[in-house]
Write a protein that binds this ligand. Sequence first.
Ligand code: ADP
Ligand code: MN
Ligand code: MN
Ligand code: MN
Ligand code: MN
Length: 354
Amino acid sequence: MVYVNKSNSETLKKYLSLDQKGKIQAEYIWIDGDSGIRGKTTTLDKYPTDVSELKEWNYDGSSTNQAPGDNSDVLLRPVAFFKDPFRGGDNILVLCECWNNDGTPNRTNYRHSCAKLMTTVTEHHPWFGIEQEYTLFDTDGQVLGWPKGGYPGPQGPYYCSVGANNAFGRDIVEAHYRACLYSGISISGVNAEVMPGQWEFQVGPCEGINMGDHLWVARYLLHRVAEDFGVVVSFHPKPIPGDWNGAGCHTNYSTQAMREAGGIKAIHEAIEKMSERHAEHIAVYGEDNEKRLTGQHETGHISQFSSGVANRGASIRIPRHVAAEGKGYMEDRRPASNIDPYRVTQIIVESTLG
Ligand code: ADP
Ligand code: MN
Ligand code: MN
Ligand code: MN
Ligand code: MN
């Protein structure tokens, strides 16, 4: 497998080492109209001590499927900032919410209602951990490491694998992991997945609104890192049809009550409440998720709710160690890789604490 190293050239390094004269580059990033991520840069005079010091900005929403051409300005409201691993130094990434001119949240802004809800349940200290699966493609549209125009050997040797015949794209995974740590993202691990060319990173535990913020920025970092390697990231839930695992975003969840001694009771109660709203959950658990939740390939069927200890064919799994200790967390295995984590964390809180 050959990487095209597009931008980490020695030539670029010469310029990036030039003195910035005290100015800060702030990369404003936001979620677009098609679940993608966009960004543009502005210069700041000083490093912010709080997100409230960052100016509101705007962009052309007609070019991102977020506004009509005749009323195209969409407002960017900074909500969190992180260190920028690409520019280094005091440069920052600024995560923003999108707002319309009339003072309403843009239709793509699921963070606003999620953040509002999270402020009402702070005493429960809801924690989330999301396992983001994704697939790497070369710029010709071939899964990374797969033979041109063909298929690799069947699934089996690839999950958590080593070796040039099994693990494809590790440089990207390693670079992304460090970039997340540098930026202050609560990344908790990575592993190679069951389908060759597919990987997973985990973010969490994160409390409340931080889950969505950290996952979106981690996705942004992954797109940028892969760009450096000339590789494309897909968050499609079933990138390759057939006997190949799909990609999910297992969402692990706990409240303070679940984490305390005897918390298994609260876990069962929460699962019972979630079971009554299966369809409502599925509705916000990702586009094309029916292609993935077939009841095969370690999934529960999309049309039926189920739960069980250590059961990877269930909608919700109680990890073996949680059942043994009688406290901990649950794993909602239904969310697809292309979810908006704000919608998923919101409905889980609504169903279990609402
Ligand atoms: P799996 O065995 O399903 O592959 P992983 O190890 O990939 O699980 O991911 C587990 C996730 O659960 C991690 O993101 C971790 O941060 C998260 N997690 C651990 N403890 C809790 C908890 N008490 N509440 C919520 N999430 C948790
Ligand atoms: Mn312009
Ligand atoms: Mn995992
Ligand atoms: Mn996985
Ligand atoms: Mn999992």
